[in-house]
Design a protein around this ligand. Sequence first.
Ligand code: 5GP
Length: 114
Amino acid sequence: MTAKTVFQRIIDREIPADIVYEDADCLAFRDINPQAPIHILLIPKKGIADFEAIREDDEAILGKLLMAVRRIAEILGLDKGFRLVLNNGRDAGQEVPHLHFHILAGRPFGWPPG
Ligand code: 5GP
């Protein structure tokens, strides 16, 4: 049996997190090591490791995640804008093998990203 990821442990309430949004399919909480004044992680409750692991029947969940981004931006009042990041795989620096968006806000962001 593979060990639970830290995000699965947050979903299962085994470790605490500062949760800002939750619905039947998604959970969002503050990053423990924030890279901006507002740094939220948004995850599907279904344990999808990365893009390679996405299946045809995950289409609805992917749409729900983007709708959750919209709701979180509204809840947190991110009216000056935000950066949405998804690190997928080794070269992108993905550390936790559970699909997640980073929602970053509260400062200007440069382009291209580092
Ligand atoms: P990745 O590099 O995989 O895209 O991002 C993983 C993110 O998870 C990092 O920004 C890291 O700070 C965050 N993280 C890792 N462990 C924990 C934890 O236990 N709690 C919270 N809230 N965030 C975590």
